[in-house]
Design a protein around this ligand. Structure first.
Ligand code: G1P
Length: 320
């Protein structure tokens, strides 16, 4: 993903919530924050920070729990390591290590209780003044030519209204996401359309559309008042969903959905993480040819196994 140099956007800040336990990655997440699990040699959160920086974002707010200090350490300089690499003339490695120190301002805000996404965003937006801001969720890694948040910033700068990033998902996966209710959608505006609401993780047969919110948002600051008014004290409701405040917010302001271009990986699941690792390895010139060979060998093994199974089932049929 290349940095896109265009006129400055009105969106300068991004919140990246990263406080959750990462239970699907236990036992590893007993000791390592899920956001530091690597895609090849880079923690996944570094790829999301890249998306923000390559979009022209100037300030990144990482909302973490106090158990996850290592995330902050990753973005701080490690002087003894830098000195060691210098003394051994390992300039290429030094370049990689220094890149993690980052030019954008990276701030950490602690979320002391894990009360869900709405609460994490509210925690991160506490220090914002009246300004729009973006949100990038760590479970949604998106590979694209133009960084997804930049695609949405371009739309925001034209509209001035909040925007959620969506893509179509398969019917049986609709219950995993926030699903938008399009207001009017036509051939002409099927990539950018107003919504009249959203439903968090509906039963597929009750979903208002097939368009799922996939971890990218741009909000006008006015959303903060609505996030503040959600009920975080009711223990019975468990976590508070972000989309729960949309209905009230929509009475005062518009929200648009934007169907972004890009290939999204669900880093919240081990399968998604594995697929991302395979795809990123095929794009890494140092290892791609070895990995390609490995995949081709595997494919031919799988193909012969399947062919053998087919043959046996044909034989069995014939024997009857
Ligand atoms: C969260 C949001 C959901 C969104 C999803 C994207 O759900 O609540 O609306 O569609 O992220 O990945 P979670 O995956 O944290 O349960």
């Amino acid at each position: 993903m290349k940095q896109v140099n265009v006129q400055k956007s009105k969106v300068r800040k991004v919140i990246i919530p990263a406080a959750g336990w990462g239970t699907r990655f236990l036992p590893m997440t007993k000791i390592i924050p899920k956001e530091l699990v690597p895609i090849l040699n880079r923690p996944s959160i570094d790829l999301l920070v890249d998306e923000a920086i390559n979009s022209g974002i100037e300030e990144i707010i990482l909302v973490i729990s106090t158990r996850k200090q290592e995330i902050m350490k990753y973005f701080q300089p490690n002087i003894p390591l830098e000195e060691e690499l210098k003394s051994k003339n390992k300039w290429e490695l030094l370049k990689h290590v220094k890149k993690t120190n980052r030019d954008a301002i990276i701030r950490v805000v602690y979320q002391y209780e894990q009360l869900g996404l709405a609460h994490a965003i509210l925690t991160g937006a506490r220090f914002f003044k009246n300004e729009p801001f973006a949100v990038i969720l760590g479970d949604d890694l998106i590979k694209s030519k133009i960084p997804v948040i930049k695609q949405m910033m371009n739309e925001y700068d034209k509209l001035g209204s909040s925007i959620v990033g969506v893509q179509n998902v398969e019917f049986d996966k609709l219950n995993k996401y926030g699903i938008v209710k399009p207001k009017n959608i036509s051939e002409k505006n099927n990539k950018l359309f107003e919504i009249s609401g959203a439903v968090e993780k509906p039963l597929p047969q009750k979903a208002p559309s097939s368009k799922a919110i996939l971890g990218r948002y741009i909000f006008n600051y006015s959303i903060v008042k609505f996030l503040e008014n959600l009920d975080y004290s009711n223990e019975n409701t468990g976590e508070i969903n972000l989309v729960d405040c949309f209905d009230k917010y929509l009475k005062e302001e518009k929200i648009y959905a934007y169907e972004f271009d890009g290939k999204r990986y669900d880093l919240g699941s081990i399968e998604g993480f594995t697929m991302a690792t395979i795809d990123y390895s095929l794009e890494n010139s140092d290892i791609s040819s070895t990995i390609k060979k490995h995949i081709m060998n595997l494919a031919s093994e799988i193909y012969s196994e399947t062919a053998l199974l087919d043959l046996n089932s044909e034989k069995n049929k014939g024997g009857k």
